[in-house]
Design a protein around this ligand. Structure first.
Ligand SMILES: O=C(O)CCC(=O)C(=O)O
Length: 324
């Protein structure tokens, strides 16, 4: 008789124990973490031909200096936008970057991913680009993105947790439902992620989609995690369907950026277009936050993002500068 299915992306140590047991720390790279995590998405592989997205012309293209200058300017966040973020756990802000700046960042991320990642991988990821690349650094440490993040969290200053270049290749599948407080080893709700799509992102390309409501995560808090299969993702979908939870899964216009809180439950659709869905996702937390007492395998390669920090200690290493 066949034994229980073991997820092939796990090591012997992380696969051990019950399917819900995530206590051991992740012991592979962060790209392998994403390979594992994406394998937990439920649902049949989508069928049918890939479609061309609507044509988009991002010109004129600015220089790197002009991109940095654009991102050095603050973005005026309104009280209504802050209130929406607090009530819904996310907000989508229009016109945070110009189409030309997005295109410059898109080309840079493409080059960095192509140099580092196996092209056969459907969901490609790369972190810590900001340490080596001045254009990525100008975006990740920008007063514009950092200032919006601090305004939405209602704090004086934020620090960087990490940057994340993500490319969901044509035909790659769904991102499973999750909320980041379950992942990040940061002992505070004052954490958010700026999800910056680097092209207009229509529904068919799999834009990030958000369950509405600051407390919605409580409805799925007790869904048992499954490190081997898709039952957690399915459990979240079923719970939301039963409770009639509203999901925002609309397209992103060029320059539109979402900011989601650590307790925002989110997912993303498959990329059914002929164009990679490229994103720069950057995570920030309030200055003063500490590392949780016991990070888990769901926290991925956190020691790379907080080198030298210890469980329970301050999250403020040289790789976590104040931003904005
Ligand atoms: O881009 C995706 O599909 C998932 C990204 C995500 O979950 C995040 O940035 O928090």
């Amino acid at each position: 008789m066949a034994g229980p299915t073991v997820n092939p992306h796990l090591s012997a140590a992380t696969a051990a124990g019950a399917a819900s047991d995530v206590a051991v720390e992740w012991d592979r790279g962060n790209d392998q973490w994403w390979d594992w995590y994406m394998s937990l998405a439920d649902g049949p592989a989508p069928e049918g031909p890939l479609v061309d997205p609507p044509p988009h012309d991002p010109r004129p293209l600015p220089s790197d200096d002009a991109v940095a200058a654009e991102l050095a300017e603050p973005y005026p966040v309104t009280d209504a936008q802050v209130a929406a973020f607090r009530a819904e756990s996310f907000v989508k802000l229009p016109g945070v970057l110009t189409p030309g700046a997005l295109e410059r960042l898109r080309a840079r991320l493409r080059a960095l991913l192509d140099a580092a990642v196996d092209p056969a991988v459907g969901f490609q990821s790369l972190e810590m680009m900001w340490l080596d690349d001045p254009l990525v650094r100008a975006a990740v440490l920008s007063p514009r993105i950092g200032g919006i993040s601090a305004a939405l969290l209602g704090v004086e200053r934020v620090r960087l947790y990490h940057d994340n270049g993500l490319s969901k290749e044509p035909g790659a599948g769904r991102t499973p439902w999750h909320y980041d407080a379950h992942h990040f080893p940061l002992d505070s709700p004052d954490v958010l992620t700026a999800w910056i799509p680097l092209q207009p992102t229509p529904r068919e390309m799999g834009p990030l989609a958000f369950a509405r409501g600051a407390e919605t995560w409580r409805a799925v808090e007790h869904v048992e995690f499954d490190k081997h299969g898709t039952s957690y993702d399915r459990g979240v979908s079923e719970t939301f369907r039963e409770r009639g939870v509203e999901v925002e899964d609309g397209p992103f216009a060029a320059g539109e950026v979402s900011f989601h809180a650590a307790h925002c439950v989110h997912t993303a659709g498959a990329n059914r277009t002929t164009v990679p869905r490229m994103v720069l996702a950057t995570t920030y937390f309030a200055d003063g936050v500490r590392v949780v007492p016991a990070p888990t395998m769901v926290s991925g390669d956190w020691r790379t993002f907080l080198p030298g920090a210890t469980p329970g200690g301050p999250a403020a290493t040289p790789r976590n500068p104040i931003v904005g």
